[in-house]
Design a protein around this ligand. Structure first.
Ligand SMILES: Nc1ncnc2c1ncn2[C@@H]1O[C@H](COP(=O)(O)OS(=O)(=O)O)[C@@H](OP(=O)(O)O)[C@H]1O
Length: 405
């Protein structure tokens, strides 16, 4: 709608200016040709002889004719070319009917044309209206009458940090009906005061029928977030990747240690007083693993049916299985299957044959799937003991036994 208005304004301005210039020229010429006119130009005009005046009148008539025939033909050609483009696109996408946007999205994705960014152009001025990331499919779909626009997310990957949230996002966004914000937006925990308009602006362009997704793992553990998400959309779908809390804590620590050279050992930070008897439940990497505690807050606002729990361990062992569950949960056709994945023995993780961003086989970045430091087996055992009752509570709340040791 906004775009239409801008296009219309551009067109009116252009036409208005042309008309104004044209009227000015006509008025000047008429004043010149009017015998006995006492306007300020008349003295100059009286110097023009009669045959020249006739010539000027003929010229003016010709100009008027050219102007009108140009406007008419431009209009005609425009509408012919638009209908040709539309029928070409329909053939290209083999759409069953004009408004079948889901089929359009899927077919367009099958075109597999890769451009990292593209601009939407104003059809009359030729100037870019907005830059969008995506592929030429959006330009084609726009010509088809399906205008890409930004929407607030319908689905959020809310956590849990270091459980495989990036892998989940990269895998699910292979689906042509899923479009996701590339980086973590942190709207509900850090930027909430900026408002929903700001948030929407950080979302990718989608067409009707596509799901908008965002992942920020800290949402799961931030107190205010469940209520805020509920206020945005009580029907939001929430994806939660969980992993054995002990491995998760070590992964969290490994990431922190990679940024700080003089970081204490994991065992020193996870326990109070240097012995393995008292677990430091205030230390972030340990605290986050008490999943049941955070889940209870979410369940105050959302029914279990709107939450899907994904096993971080299974996402590594059998990504197609977990992605299959996610597609079912989101009401999507199972498009992402085992054909999309291969196991990279060097990395030790599943990788992708191709994705929206790259058409060659690739793995997640080097910050995903790091080598963990050696941790004392007694410390690990003590932590397992600590988490056991919380894990059982979590199994009870979710109705899933993740079988963590
Ligand atoms: N396919 C694939 N490739 C690489 N890594 C994978 C994959 N699937 C899951 N994982 C696990 O994801 C862990 C990182 O989790 P997150 O993406 O949630 O981390 S973050 O919270 O966004 O920082 C990461 O943790 P670390 O092994 O500690 O690096 C991985 O174990």
């Amino acid at each position: 709608m906004e775009q239409k208005l801008v296009e219309w304004m551009g067109w009116s301005l252009k036409t208005g200016l042309a008309a104004a210039v044209y009227v000015c020229v006509c008025v000047c010429v008429c004043v010149c040709l009017c015998p006995g006119s006492d306007m300020f130009v008349s003295s100059w005009c009286h110097n023009v002889n009669l045959s020249s005046r006739n010539l000027i009148i003929a010229l003016l008539l010709c100009l008027t004719l050219v102007y009108f025939s140009y406007s008419f033909n431009a209009c005609l050609l425009n509408s012919i070319s638009r209908s040709l483009q539309q029928s070409n696109l329909r053939n290209l996408l083999a759409l069953p009917q004009r408004n079948d946007s889901k089929a359009a999205a899927a077919a367009a994705a099958n075109l597999q044309l890769n451009l990292s960014s593209l601009a939407i152009y104003n059809s009359s001025t030729g100037l870019p209206l907005a830059r969008i990331d995506g592929a030429p499919k959006y330009q084609l779909l726009r010509q088809q009458g399906l205008r890409p626009s930004r929407h607030l997310p319908d689905t959020l990957i809310i956590g849990v940090k270091k459980s495989g949230t990036r892998a989940l996002l990269e895998f699910i966004r292979l689906h042509p009906d899923v479009r996701a914000a590339g980086s973590e937006v942190h709207f509900f925990d850090r930027h909430y005061q900026r408002g929903l308009r700001w948030y929407r602006h950080h979302m990718p362009y989608t067409i009707e029928g596509q799901i908008t997704m965002e992942k920020t793992p800290s949402y799961f553990v931030t107190k205010e977030v469940p209520q805020r998400v509920y206020h945005m959309n009580p029907a939001s779908k929430l994806l939660i990747v969980v992993r054995d809390p002990v491995t998760r804590a070590i992964s969290d620590y490994t990431q922190a240690a990679s940024k700080k050279a003089d970081m204490k050992r994991f065992e020193q930070l996870a326990f109070i007083n240097g012995s393995y008897s008292v677990v430091d439940t205030n230390w972030g990497p340990v605290k986050i693993g008490v999943y049941a505690r955070y889940l209870e807050r979410w369940l105050l606002f959302f029914p279990l049916s709107q939450l899907l729990f994904i096993s971080g361990e299974r996402l590594i062992m059998d990504p197609a299985y977990e992605i299959g569950r996610v597609q079912d949960f989101l009401g999507l056709k199972r498009v992402v299957t085992e054909k999309h994945f291969y196991f990279n023995a060097t990395k030790g993780f599943p990788c992708l044959f191709k994705s929206e961003a790259r058409s060659t086989p690739h793995c997640l970045g080097k910050t995903k799937g790091r080598n963990h430091p050696h941790i004392d087996a007694n410390a690990i055992e003590r932590l397992r003991e600590f988490y056991r009752p919380f894990n059982n509570k979590f199994y009870q709340l979710t109705g899933i036994n993740f079988a963590w040791p």
